[in-house]
Design a protein around this ligand. Structure first.
Ligand code: LER
Ligand code: MN
Length: 292
C-alpha cells in the first residue's frame, strides 16, 4: 500500500508496510506461499521471511512465489548454532563470516534488498561476562568483511539489538549506533524492534529519534508480541518520530500468532491462544491504517 502520509506543514513522506512470517511460522517453506497473496490482498508491500540456514531455504520456488505475488521479500536472518562472529575461536569466526556472505547471497537470490537481525551472535548466546573489547573488535571485523558482498548485491543490512534474555552483546540503540559508527559503511545500519526497545530503552520514541539516519528497518511489535495496538507501545509517538527523522523504510509487523502448526514453535509457545496468526496481519493492517 506504500502509505503516503501528508502532514499539514511538511512534504509527503512514504513508508512501506510489511508483515513477518513469524505470525504463522518460524520455518517458511513453499507450503506457506499462499500467505503472500493473502498479505498482498490486505495491502502489505512486503513480507519478511526468517533465514537461519541458507542451504535449507527452497530459494527458487520461494522466489517464483514472491515474483508472482508482487509482494517484496525482506529477510530476517538469525544465526544458527555453530555460527558466532564474536566467538573466541578464530575458526568459528571465519566460518561465521562465510555464513554471513551466504546469507547475503541467498537473500539476493530471493530478490531481497534488506536483511535485518541480530547478526553479531546467535540468539540465546549468553556467556557470563559483559561484552569485551575483543568481542567488539571481532564484531566490527566480521561486518567489515561482508561490506563488499553487500555492495555487490545492493543489500542493506540492519543490525538488530535485542533484549537481555536473547543477547548480552547488543541491547540498546546507543550501543548499536556506536557499532555502526565503528563499521562505518552506508549499507549497514540499525533495525529497531519496539518489543526489544520497550525492555531495554528508557524511552522507545527517544531511542528511535536518536537513531536518525542509521535507522534502516523497523519491527513494529507489541510489548507482549501480540496484536499491535493492543498493548502499551506508543505507536502514535513512533510514527511522528519517524516523520521527524525522515525514515522511509518499512513498518514491519513482527508478531506471534497462535496456531497448532508444529512449525510455528514460537507462536505455539508464546502467543495468546485467542490471537490467531491471521489476526496479527488483519488486525495489524487495520491498526496501521487507523494510525496513518
Ligand atoms: C527476535 O527476538 C527478533 O526480534 C527477530 O526479529 C529476530 O531477531
Ligand atoms: Mn525483531
Amino acid at each position: 500500500m506504500n502509505a503516503k502520509i501528508k502532514f499539514p506543514d511538511q512534504m509527503e513522506f512514504s513508508l512501506k508496510l510489511g508483515i513477518s512470517a513469524f505470525a504463522w511460522t518460524t520455518e517458511f517453506t513453499p507450503a506457506h506461499l499462499g500467505l503472500l497473496d493473502f498479505a498482498h490482498s490486505l495491502g502489505f508491500d512486503g513480507f519478511e521471511i526468517p533465514l537461519f540456514d541458507p542451504s535449507k531455504l527452497a530459494v527458487n520456488e520461494l522466489r517464483r512465489g514472491f515474483e508472482s505475488s508482487g509482494i517484496e521479500c525482506t529477510i530476517c536472518a538469525i544465526l544458527p548454532s555453530g555460527v558466532n562472529p564474536i566467538s573466541e575461536d578464530a575458526t568459528t569466526r571465519a566460518r561465521s563470516v562465510e555464513h554471513l556472505k551466504r546469507t547475503i547471497e541467498t537473500a539476493a537470490a530471493m530478490g531481497a534488498h534488506r536483511i535485518g537481525g541480530p547478526l553479531y551472535a546467535p540468539i540465546g548466546y549468553l556467556p557470563p561476562h559483559r561484552p569485551t573489547a575483543d568481542e567488539w573488535k571481532w564484531a566490527v571485523e566480521a561486518f567489515h568483511q561482508i561490506t563488499a558482498s553487500l555492495d555487490a548485491h545492493q543489500m542493506t543490512l540492519a543490525i538488530e539489538p535485542v533484549n537481555r534474555s536473547e543477547s548480552f552483546f547488543l541491547r540498546t540503540v546507543a550501543d548499536s549506533i556506536r557499532l555502526c559508527e565503528a563499521i562505518d559503511h552506508p549499507r549497514i545500519g540499525i533495525l529497531i524492534d519496539t518489543f526489544h526497545a520497550n525492555i531495554e530503552e528508557k524511552n522507545v520514541v527517544a531511542a528511535i529519534e536518536s537513531a536518525g539516519p542509521w535507522l534502516k528497518h523497523l519491527h513494529l511489535s507489541e510489548n507482549d508480541r501480540s496484536l499491535i495496538g493492543s498493548g502499551h507501545i506508543d505507536f502514535v509517538g513512533i510514527i511522528k518520530t519517524l516523520r521527524k527523522i525522515n525514515y522511509d523504510g518499512y513498518l514491519m509487523i513482527e508478531g506471534f500468532g497462535y496456531s497448532e502448526d508444529k512449525d510455528n514453535l514460537l507462536g505455539t509457545l508464546w502467543a495468546d491462544p485467542i490471537v490467531s496468526s491471521d489476526a496479527i496481519a488483519i488486525e495489524g493492517m487495520r491498526f496501521l491504517k487507523s494510525l496513518l
